[in-house]
Design a protein around this ligand. Structure first.
Ligand code: GLA
Length: 413
């Protein structure tokens, strides 16, 4: 089954690449319009809330803090996003995950911020982050309880809760999948989607259904992003397996609707810097939401250098919005690639094996004409790569590391 999907995904990618990146052929840009034309046919089935035209970027509390959240740490994280320069690079959503609320609703059935940890309430927090030019995200669940079981879910309270979120000034809702009534997710997730559309405030809607019922096939109608997998953790095994699962669904992503392979683990400490660089590079190439999952207030220089790599962020935020995908894999040596706006392409050479290796890619494999020169930029070395032969590139890659390049057409006069 997997192989079938992988093969289909790869052939679709090749077609996309051939259409979209054939910048060295005479056809050039014209092919983009046929892709966009195709997309237009389907926009009637897509959520029209106007947000997430590029993948969302920001921070989320869960990966590092789990239930240990309070208003002080949310505020100081917002401060740190600004002082580190990450906010200016695009990390604008400050998202509180599970455990922000009281166990029970109030007498009118409203959700309540937990008095012991969020005494000033969520509206005050939203005002605080908005004053810094940031946005506030919150979390609920398409069931009777959230996954922590420490607060109510929004099932059967969709309209009331959506109104509450809007009154508080919330900009983003992550909507989880625990403790529900057994009804189909597309029913439960659709209810919150239409509730959010009624509140008169654009709220990015992130569907967290863990990929159980192939959400890529239906979630773009209701939400701006959907999880394609179970929860990530701070291990090499987790990020490689999640990358592969998310890869299958590449063709369903596009502006306003993204596959979500879960939040970043960069900076949480259990992987090597090379592994974190690979994690970040592949998430960026796959057009994943880039939600920082570490303690930004304590992030060291090497973490900030990864999360703050402007050139990699630009790949993620590319206006074409096509998810890059795995082209080839052989004994852990992999090529991932995708088209970018401006007749460019991104290529990652990823060494998932245990030893240093040489990885080669020929332009032909990613849909480019083999002989015409291209400009190659190394996004981690921040250098142009000078090239002898023009038909591809070969690099030595350390174990678990990657090389990431943008290929551009040579400048014309
Ligand atoms: C689920 C989600 C996680 C996180 C937790 C919170 O496991 O997939 O991302 O939100 O719930 O309890």
């Amino acid at each position: 089954m997997k192989t079938h999907y992988a093969a289909t995904a790869t052939s679709t990618l090749l077609i996309l690449l051939l259409n979209a990146v054939d910048f060295l052929s005479t056809v050039g840009l014209a092919n983009y319009s046929s892709i966009n034309g195709d997309h237009k046919k389907y926009t009637q089935f897509l959520l029209a809330n106007g947000v997430a035209r590029t993948p969302p970027m920001g921070w989320n509390s869960w990966n590092h803090f789990q239930c240990n959240v309070d208003e002080g740490m949310v505020k100081s994280t917002a401060d740190a996003l600004v002082s580190t320069g990450l906010a200016a690079l695009g990390y604008r959503y400050v998202n509180i995950d599970d455990c922000w609320g009281e166990l029970e609703r109030d007498k009118k059935g409203n959700l309540r911020a937990k008095a012991s940890t969020f005494p000033s309430g969520i509206k005050a927090l939203a005002d605080y982050v908005h004053a810094k030019g940031l946005k506030l995200g919150i979390y609920s669940d398409a069931g009777f309880r959230t996954c922590s079981k420490k607060m109510p879910g929004s099932l059967d309270y969709e309209e009331q809760d959506a109104r509450t979120f809007a009154e508080w000034g919330v900009d983003y809702l992550k909507y989880d999948n625990c403790y529900h009534d057994g009804s189909k997710p597309h029913i439960r997730y659709a209810k919150m989607s239409s509730a959010l559309l009624k509140v008169g405030r654009p709220i990015l809607y992130s569907i967290c259904e863990w990929g159980q019922e192939d959400p890529a096939k239906w979630a773009g109608r209701y939400g701006n992003a959907w999880r394609t997998t179970g929860d990530i953790n701070d291990t090499w095994g987790s990020i490689t397996s999640i990358a592969d699962q998310n890869n299958i669904w590449g063709r369903y992503a596009g502006p306003g609707r993204w596959n979500d392979p879960d939040m970043l683990e960069v900076g949480n400490g259990a992987m090597t810097l090379e592994e974190y660089r690979s994690h970040f590079s592949i998430w960026a190439l796959m057009k994943a939401p880039l939600l920082i999952g570490c303690d930004v207030r304590a992030a060291g220089t090497s973490t900030l250098r990864i999360l703050g790599n402007k050139e990699v962020i630009k790949v993620n935020q590319d206006p074409l919005g096509v998810q890059g995908r795995k082209i080839r894999s052989n004994a852990g040596l992999e090529i991932w690639a995708g088209p970018l706006a401006g007749k460019r392409a991104v290529v990652v050479l990823w060494n998932r094996s245990k030893s240093e290796a040489s990885i080669s890619v020929r332009w032909k494999e990613i849909g480019l004409s083999p002989n015409t020169p291209v400009i190659v930029r190394d996004l981690w070395a921040h250098k142009f790569v000078s090239m002898g032969k023009q038909y591809g590139i070969t690099a030595r890659v350390a174990p678990h590391a990657c090389k990431m390049y943008i290929l551009s057409p040579p400048k014309t006069k």
